[in-house]
Design a protein around this ligand. Structure first.
Ligand code: 5GP
Length: 182
C-alpha cells in the first residue's frame, strides 16, 4: 500500500507542501477531489478540483464512487475512488490532501495507509495565514478557524505529525516518511 493521507487545519499550508512534494517527486500522484465549493480565482476544473453541483456530488455518493467524502465549512468534498485504486494497483505512490473526517474514513477502509497531520508553528500563525489569504469572506474565515480547532484536537489520531515551519523541511519529512527515492 502506497497511500499517504495528508491532513491538517485549513491554512496550515497543506497545498503548498503537497505542491513542493510533487515538484520534488514527480512519480507521486495527487488525487483530484470533487467539491461543491465555487472555484477560487485561478482554479481550473479538473486540475485543483472537479467542481460539481450538489446533485452530481450526491449521485457520486449514492453510486459509491467516492472513497471518502465530508462536508467542510459548508461545502462537500470527496475523493473519486477509481483513479486512486488504478494508481495503487499500478504501484504508484498516491497522496490524498483531505480534511479530518475524510482522513478517518480512509483510515477505517484502508488501514495500511499512512496518515500525516501538518501542524502550524502556532495558533497565532494559523490565524494570521487564514486571515490574510484574502480569498474568503470573514464569515468563511471564522468557519475555517472553528474547523481548525476541531482538527487540531484530533492530531493524535494520525500516524505522524509534522510542524510546517518551512515548506522545504515539511517536504523533506514527507519524502522520508513515504520512503520514496527522489
Ligand atoms: P479548500 O476549500 O480550502 O480547497 O479545502 C477545504 C478543506 O477540504 C481542506 O482541508 C482540504 O484538505 C479538504 N479537502 C479537499 N479535498 C477533499 C476531499 O476529497 N475529501 C475531504 N474529506 N476533504 C477534502
Amino acid at each position: 500500500m502506497r497511500l499517504t493521507v495528508i491532513s491538517g487545519p485549513s491554512g496550515v499550508g497543506k497545498s503548498t507542501v503537497v505542491r513542493g512534494l510533487l515538484e520534488r517527486c514527480p512519480q507521486v500522484w495527487l488525487s483530484v477531489s470533487a467539491t461543491t465549493r465555487v472555484p477560487r480565482p485561478g482554479e481550473v476544473d479538473g486540475r485543483e478540483y472537479f467542481f460539481l453541483d450538489r446533485e452530481r456530488f450526491d449521485q457520486m455518493v449514492q453510486a459509491g464512487e467516492l472513497l471518502e467524502w465530508a462536508q467542510f465549512a459548508g461545502n462537500m468534498y470527496g475523493t473519486p475512488r477509481a483513479p486512486v485504486e488504478q494508481r495503487l494497483s499500478a504501484g504508484i505512490p498516491v497522496v490524498l490532501e483531505i480534511e479530518l473526517q475524510g482522513a478517518r474514513q480512509v483510515r477505517d477502509s484502508l488501514p495500511d495507509s499512512m496518515a500525516v497531520f501538518l501542524l502550524p508553528p502556532s495558533w497565532e500563525e494559523l490565524v494570521r495565514r487564514l486571515s490574510t489569504r484574502g480569498t474568503e469572506e470573514s464569515a468563511a474565515v471564522e468557519r475555517r478557524l472553528q474547523a481548525a480547532r476541531i482538527e487540531l484536537a484530533a492530531q493524535d489520531e494520525f500516524d505522524y505529525t509534522l510542524v510546517n515551519s518551512s515548506i522545504q523541511d515539511s517536504v523533506e519529512g514527507l519524502v522520508r516518511l513515504m520512503g520514496i527515492e527522489c
